[in-house]
Design a protein around this ligand. Structure first.
Ligand SMILES: [Zn+2]
Ligand SMILES: [Zn+2]
Ligand SMILES: [Zn+2]
Length: 625
């Protein structure tokens, strides 16, 4: 059993899925955060008989996955006011969480699977009082939007329980939590201002939720502000040189060369290669305009009739997407239905196009689509006398590919959103951690792109841009800077990969439909970001009556490797039907317990209604939000 580490006379630390801090007064105590709840068994060793309250710095599961025990024992729970609903109304959160076409990339999926009863709110700038102790509540958004830091005098020292705002001098526990909106630097910016406020609070010691207590707060905070600012500089970018043309007044198509057409009013931009016989291949085909993308996220057919007129197109034979994002593929089902178009897609993302509901990623297409031809990595293929090659191109997202082709003597590369233009030249399209992002992704893809020596990039949002290999050195340089910035920010003893990968343990299907009394096969992906081998232990945490077979898995994963394992869930016949019921997987890597790192959602259906469902049937993964 873990034991308590004494920090001062009445202040103790218990290492669990997060650091749990114990403040003692005689045989009574309050706790800051709670982890799995294992701390309760250790309290007797310091003479504590009763816990009078548990205060939370934020809502992530590693802070509170054991809170059900507190409700059972009648121990009051106090939570940040801004995150109260993420403790006591989580069923509603899960029911309403957008899964498809989702551009909200904050880390709120680390929310409890089951509600707990909350007794007190920790409101910004208020004071929490307990037996003579006063804790000031400082709003410190960053790691989450609603995070708070609690500052007070304990044993003659001013301490700050700072949650996951800082984990060590210059370090954060997780970088991916610092992005809330798509492509934004919002959480990063908020962290810098929260750290600045904390610096002005002039505390003697910082007590983080991950990492060790920090004895020289000013220097540690200054170092982190510097490191965060460095990342901010790499990822913030200058705006586009021109805004997209207005749909109503501008021509939609531009002839780039004899056989190549560009439509820059659509979001994303798309391209047509047209033969002398009037056969066309489209590269991407998404929403009609920014206003159709925006909040609407609805595809209405556009531009095809016009293309037929201006470019004498007779048939839309093939469409090849650059990556799986809805803004690049949302029109493909319509092409297939209305024009008999075939979809050819790289193997790295073809399954996402066919089963978007099986994944938890940003920007998933709302409608699933049939992939007619899966293009293998590096495959060369021909169409209408043109020779193509396609290569996996991680960066903007892991699930992307560059497609190379020579048209009218021009060497073209379809680069999707990996490269976008800015006032100062080409820039990288990211990072977006919820697209699945790797440290060296951009570097790998841009190096391969430079080898091809393209003369023109067909980009997703910056139209067709002429380039030379030298021009591409700039985004490559940015990609290297980005990797350095991550390394500086993350803890030395832990691999950077864990800090930028919100899904190093993931279940497939993420959302499933199952009849009460039925069963569901889960495929679980485990990615070991460490260089050396590690044992992954996975334990299922399920709603009442559900069973997992096996209910825990122990598996060795080689350094840098990704492995799959499987688990079967069984549902009781008497289960009340319900939508998006969450279950969790508790994850330990080596001797480090991450806690309930992964989750999945199940729609449990009335068996009678499933029998009537002549469509895709039980356990399908096409359910819509
Ligand atoms: Zn957290
Ligand atoms: Zn895009
Ligand atoms: Zn994209």
């Amino acid at each position: 059993m873990e034991s308590l580490r004494r920090l001062s006379e009445n202040l103790f630390l218990f290492a669990d899925t997060c650091n749990v801090y114990v403040m003692r007064n005689g045989d009574r105590a309050i706790l800051i955060d709670f982890g799995s709840g294992a701390v309760l068994d250790a309290l007797a060793e310091i003479g504590v008989e009763e816990v009078e309250a548990v205060l939370h710095t934020h809502h992530h599961r590693d802070q509170c996955q054991g809170d059900g025990i507190l409700n059972e024992r009648g121990i009051p729970i106090a939570v940040p006011a801004r995150e109260r609903h993420l403790f006591e109304d989580v069923e509603a959160f899960w029911r309403h969480r957008q899964l498809l076409a989702n551009y909200d990339v904050q880390s709120d999926s680390y929310t409890l699977r089951r509600s707990v009863q909350v007794s007190h709110e920790l409101a910004d700038y208020n004071v929490y009082r307990w037996r003579g102790l006063e804790l000031s509540i400082l709003p410190t958004p960053g790691h989450t939007r609603g995070s708070v830091t609690l500052v007070g005098d304990v044993d003659g020292e001013t301490v700050a329980f700072s949650g996951d705002l800082i984990s060590g001098p210059g370090k954060v526990w997780r970088v991916h939590d610092l992005q809330w909106a798509y492509m934004a630097t919002d959480g990063l910016n908020a962290s810098i201002s929260s750290l600045d406020a904390l610096r002005r609070a002039k505390v003697d010691r910082l007590l983080p939720s991950h990492g060790s207590p920090i004895g020289r707060p000013q220097a540690a905070i200054d170092q982190l502000i510097e490191n965060l600012s460095r990342l901010f500089q790499v990822v913030s970018f200058t705006p586009e040189p021109v805004s997209a043309p207005d749909l109503a007044i501008n021509p939609r198509f531009r002839q780039v060369s004899k056989h190549l057409w560009l439509n820059a009013s659509a979001v994303a931009n798309f391209y047509a290669i047209v033969t002398d016989e009037g056969e066309a291949m489209l590269l991407d085909y998404g929403y009609a305009s920014q206003d159709h993308a925006g909040d609407l996220r609805r595809f209405v057919e556009h531009s095809i009739r016009e293309l037929m007129e201006v470019a004498a197109v007779k048939s839309i034979d093939i469409v090849i997407p650059s990556h799986y994002h809805d803004d690049h593929v949302s029109g493909i089902p319509t092409l297939q239905r209305e024009y008999g178009t075939q979809l050819w897609a790289h193997e790295i993302f073809s399954d996402i196009l066919e089963h978007p509901g099986a994944y938890d990623l940003a920007c998933l297409p709302v409608e699933s689509m049939r992939v007619d031809r899966v293009l293998k990595e590096g495959e060369e293929f021909d169409w209408a006398g043109f020779r193509f090659q396609t290569e996996h191109a991680p960066g903007h997202t892991h699930f992307a590919a560059h497609t190379f082709v020579r048209v009218d003597g021009l060497k073209l590369a379809l680069t999707g959103d990996n490269i976008l233009s800015s006032m100062t030249g080409p820039r990288i399209g990211g990072p977006v951690y919820r697209n699945r992002f790797e440290l060296d992704g951009f570097q790998t893809s841009i190096r391969k792109l430079i080898e091809f020596e393209p003369q023109m990039l067909l980009t997703g949002h910056s139209a067709a841009i002429s380039v030379s290999p030298e021009v591409l050195e700039e985004p490559l340089h940015r990609a290297e800077e980005l990797a350095t910035a991550f390394d500086l920010l993350t803890e030395e003893e832990e691999a950077t990969g864990f800090s930028i990968d919100p899904r190093f343990v993931a279940v497939r299907p993420y959302r499933a439909r199952v009849a009460a009394g039925g069963e569901l096969d889960l495929a679980i992906t485990l990615r070991n970001h460490r260089d050396e081998e590690a044992v992954f232990t996975i334990v299922a945490d399920l709603p009442n009556g559900w069973k997992a077979d096996p209910d825990s898995i122990e598996i060795e994963v080689a350094g840098g490797a990704t492995v799959m394992c499987s688990m079967k869930l069984n549902f009781p016949r008497r289960q009340t039907p319900g939508r998006k019921i969450a279950y969790c997987l508790d994850v330990t890597v080596g001797d480090r317990r991450f806690g309930q790192e992964a989750e999945g959602l199940v729609d449990v259906l009335d068996p009678a209604s499933v029998e009537r469902d002549v469509g895709d049937g039980a356990a399908s993964a096409t359910a819509r939000h």
